[in-house]
Ligand binder design. Structure first.
Ligand code: ATP
Ligand code: MG
Length: 354
């Protein structure tokens, strides 16, 4: 049956791209199907992290989920490290995925940089843990930004190889679900579903305010590159004022933005925040210089983000409440992932003595 899973890393500096590309889209889905939203703290340690900050950044992502309107009574909200099944299934998947598959992942290449030999093994194996996050719940729908497309394809490849490699055991133990889309590459019974990526909406890839060819990221060293969800109105206005642009006024049609990535990004942000189409934004601002467009964008961004920022700050003043939400969610998540892992262990053939 359908189930949605997604996650955000507690790596600090939650930004507008995380909100528009992911968190805002989680909210309506909680009414459509069972939903699980995770703070993926095991992923956050694949790059250098400060243990003294991790609990705080974990609470910050949780506060963003709650402030955006995710209801912890409907959806399950928890942090990954409290549910052991993620790490356990990731190990099994490390033995399913091929080195060649992981070597093609562009996120690893970008994050490892030039000194690839010195990147953590965890950063290399990141996508197998992500596949485990999703498949420990046999989730079918995963809303993410465009940058995660390749990882979701890998998740399908891992599920497919697991279903194929252990087809006999799955059948013998009676643990399969009928394959909803029969194909020659797949057995007629599956243990893990083939997950549907949900990469949609007006803001699947918000770009950096300093460089229109790079996505907005928590890990970008320049704070001017992003609008943080907890920035003040003054900070938002300053960052938009300083955002890189070109000297031309805004064109009247989308074609006019083709070679202007920074301008296209700001128009895209305006469209996403206002709920208007990019065409509508351009017809409103056609011929206007950035000295007119930028203040309008700053006002809009402050209008839309201020209530969320206020609510996040209010929630963060009571860490005990946030921790209780995560504890309750972890319990409910374990109740789903526990049986899936027990079955996966049987399929693998592990001896169970207790
Ligand atoms: P990091 O730099 O630490 O990887 P990040 O900004 O990429 O941080 P993640 O926690 O890796 O954030 O991703 C959380 C979610 O936000 C994912 O679904 C991801 O696709 C989405 N996302 C991240 N950046 C953007 C962006 N610039 N535009 C739209 N969606 C984004
Ligand atoms: Mg990322």
């Amino acid at each position: 049956q359908p189930r949605v899973f997604s996650g955000v890393q507690p790596t600090g500096n939650l930004h507008l791209g995380n909100y528009l590309g992911a968190i805002a889209r989680f909210v309506p889905l909680q009414d459509e199907m069972p939903a699980i939203y995770c703070v993926v703290d095991l992923h956050a340690i694949t790059v250098k992290h400060d243990p003294a900050l991790l609990a705080g950044t974990t609470r910050e992502v949780t506060a963003a989920y709650l402030a955006a309107g995710i209801d912890p009574k409907k959806a399950i909200i928890f942090n990954q490290s409290q549910v052991r099944e993620h790490a356990e299934l990731a190990w099994i998947f490390n033995c399913i995925a091929r080195i060649g598959w992981l070597s093609r992942m562009t996120q690893f290449k970008e994050k490892a940089g030039k000194n690839r030999e010195n990147a953590s093994v965890g950063l290399f194996a990141y996508p197998t843990l992500m596949a485990a996050d999703i498949l420990a719940y046999r989730a079918t729908h995963v809303p993410v930004g465009d940058d995660q497309k390749q990882h979701l394809e890998l998740t399908r490849d891992i599920a497919q190889k697991f279903n194929n490699d252990f087809a006999d055991q799955i059948k013998e133990l009676g643990l399969g679900i009928p394959n909803p889309t029969p194909s020659p590459e797949l057995p007629d019974e599956l243990f893990f579903p083939l997950t549907e990526p949900m990469i949609a909406g007006p803001a699947t890839r918000i770009m950096s305010l300093r460089d229109g060819t790079k996505k907005m990221s928590k890990s970008d060293p320049s704070d001017l590159s992003r609008i943080n969800l907890r920035d003040s109105a003054e900070e938002i206005a300053k960052k938009i004022r300083k955002a890189k642009t070109d000297p031309e006024p805004l064109p009247s049609e989308m074609d006019g933005l083709a070679e202007r990535p920074e301008a296209a990004n700001l128009v895209g942000i305006y469209a996403a925040l206002s709920g208007k189409s990019k065409d509508a934004v351009l017809s409103e601002f056609a011929g206007q210089p950035f000295s007119v467009f930028k203040p309008a964008l700053a006002d809009l961004a402050v209008d839309k983000l201020a209530p969320m920022t206020g609510e996040m700050n209010r929630l963060l003043a009571d860490p005990g409440h946030i921790d209780a939400v995560l504890r309750d969610g972890a319990g409910r998540a374990s109740e789903i992932a526990g049986p899936v892992l027990r079955d996966a262990r049987r399929i693998m053939g592990f001896l169970e003595g207790r």
